[in-house]
Design a binder for this molecule. Sequence first.
Ligand SMILES: [Mn+2]
Length: 332
Amino acid sequence: MDGLGQSSTESYQAILEVFDLHHSFALSTHINPDGDAIGSELALYSFLRELGKDVKIFNTDPVPVNYHFLPLFDVVKSPQELQDYSPDILVILDAGDRNRIGEDLCQILIPTQAVVNIDHHDTGHLFGDFNLVETDASSTSEIVYRLIKHHNMPVGKERALYLYTGIMFDTGCFRYGNSTPIAHRIAADLIAEGDFSVAEVYRHVYETIPVGKMHLLKEVLQTLDLTANGEIAWLYATQKMFQKTGTIPDDVEGFVNQIRAIDSVEVAIFVSELESGKSKVSLRSEADVDVGKIAAEFDGGGHQRAAGCLIDAPCKSAIAQLVASAQRQMSK
Ligand SMILES: [Mn+2]
């Protein structure tokens, strides 16, 4: 295990002991699950099954279609399918807070079950009865990889694919600051152990965009505007655009990054008009500007580089308020 991370062997052994001492498990992850959430869940599911355990996965939201290439993605069940399954242990993966698994699941599962929290987010909430939280890990998938290694079980072809997908996603295809030497070494090991094509994994995750979403992007890019100095840029999407292109507000996922990439831009703002007429806001920053503080002015949340909020105003008025707030932040 040398060189695979700073956390003590004891913290891994403690979780393996919990697995050893119990028979039935439910796994869950955060709402709107991403590649790391799904990848780490399926890998842990497969690991516990191989240990002879009774395991089920319950997620509030379904597995996004671009992850349907992963074997066993269809073992993921909805909260309605929980019925009378009453596991000994609930394992929550990749969620900084237990409420992130969704209200219904939280209410049904948490009062009776002991919780194992496996995560890499630095939220300071050790909400589990047992916690394996490694903030230096690139992803929850990386932690699950280490857990399997601590058990001395081979990673195996299927789990290699799940874990590689999770690490690739959470490191932004090995572009973000969490793309550590360790994350790269583990990825190399997973590629060697698996029999998948990295190009195909990338294509499934990122290049399966429905054409409607591209038409929406075309409409949205017409709204591009910037402050005179080019430091703040914004885009918006209206209900009319969603209707015209057969899309929904969730389809704007990733659009804000299109303008963050502009060379002069420090703050990127994306606003979607919801059916209620309210504006749903995504904020991104480069370098020093803390968009978490801008979102907080509107009772939103997030951190320095990425944040969001809801504003009870039409798109254009919301943008004017956000630009003013960003300018105040930048002049500090
Ligand atoms: Mn993650």
